[in-house]
Design a protein around this ligand. Structure first.
Ligand code: PMM
Length: 265
């Protein structure tokens, strides 16, 4: 899954694809590089981010979704709002990627259920401006699994078909670096009942791991190689999808993992 953030302020590529024509062009490049899905988002979810209005999110996202769909690209919409999901699906998006797992908008699960599209349910504990204070866990793996299970039960209760659900541990969302590593370490276990999506691309915990001798984190622009390493490991551990900004090397990593996986039998 290649990422196109149509935002001025995303952590990893903020501002780069804010122009809608450029955003469509970039999505097509990601497909040429090997992306099977292009994820289009219009609201930054980085720690500390403030929310954008519904109107502005629609204005950012819809032309890009429509432009890519018009070129035959499988598009997912990265949104926490049912109205944005609805408009994007009407424009041809095939998957709804909701980082709040239905918590931010009480109408989301019902919309997804009616539309019959795949639904990414991510582990989430609050919006960007409040997630820092919520990175407290008794046992990160147990707590995330429990909270995801609760979301799954809730959205199934609202009519979402179980076979349409994809789970995501939500790396970097109300998580300390060590939490992200612990969750990555149990990708296989998380993938037991549902397909799993992993979004590690260019996130801060990679920069922290690769900090220099003085403890200065590696800039996110120089974390693409580490992202590729995560993709290979996640794919080998059974992840269904990796969400990345720089597709080419990650697509290669996923193919290497698939070859090793199939050689294992
Ligand atoms: N991360 C971001 C945005 N959307 N969606 C899913 N399903 N999983 C993620 O980990 C995820 C996401 C934030 O990353 P970006 O702003 O750097 O694209």
């Amino acid at each position: 899954m290649g990422v196109v953030n149509v935002t001025p302020d995303s952590f990893s590529d903020g501002g780069e694809w804010f122009d809608q024509e450029q955003a469509v062009k970039h999505g097509l490049e990601l497909v040429r590089d090997g992306a099977d899905i292009v994820d289009v988002g219009g609201e930054s979810t980085r720690p500390g981010a403030q929310r954008v209005s519904l109107k502005e999110e629609l204005r950012r996202v819809l032309p890009v979704v429509a432009g890519l769909v018009g070129e035959g690209v499988p598009v997912s919409v990265d949104t926490m709002r049912a109205e944005v999901a609805e408009a994007a699906v009407a424009a041809g998006a095939r998957l709804v990627n909701d980082v709040s797992g239905g918590l931010a908008d009480p109408d989301m699960a019902q919309f997804v259920a009616g539309a019959g599209v795949p639904y990414v349910v991510m582990h989430w504990r609050g919006h960007g401006h409040e997630m820092h204070t919520r990175a407290q866990y008794r046992d990160i793996v147990v707590d995330v699994q429990k909270e995801l299970r609760a979301r799954v039960e809730e959205v199934i209760g609202q009519g979402v078909a179980p076979e349409m659900i994809v789970l995501d541990p939500g790396l970097g969302f109300a998580k300390q670096p060590e939490h992200n590593w612990e969750l990555l370490a149990v990708t296989r276990e998380l993938s037991r009942d549902f397909p799993v999506l992993i979004g590690a691309s260019r996130k801060r915990f990679l920069g922290k791991l690769l900090a220099d001798a003085d403890g200065r984190p590696r800039p996110f622009t120089e974390c693409d190689d580490a992202t590729v390493a995560v993709s290979a490991i996640a794919a080998l551990e059974g992840a269904w999808c990796v969400r990345v900004h720089n597709v080419k090397a990650n697509a290669d990593a996923v193919r290497v993992a698939a070859a090793v996986g199939s050689a294992r039998g």
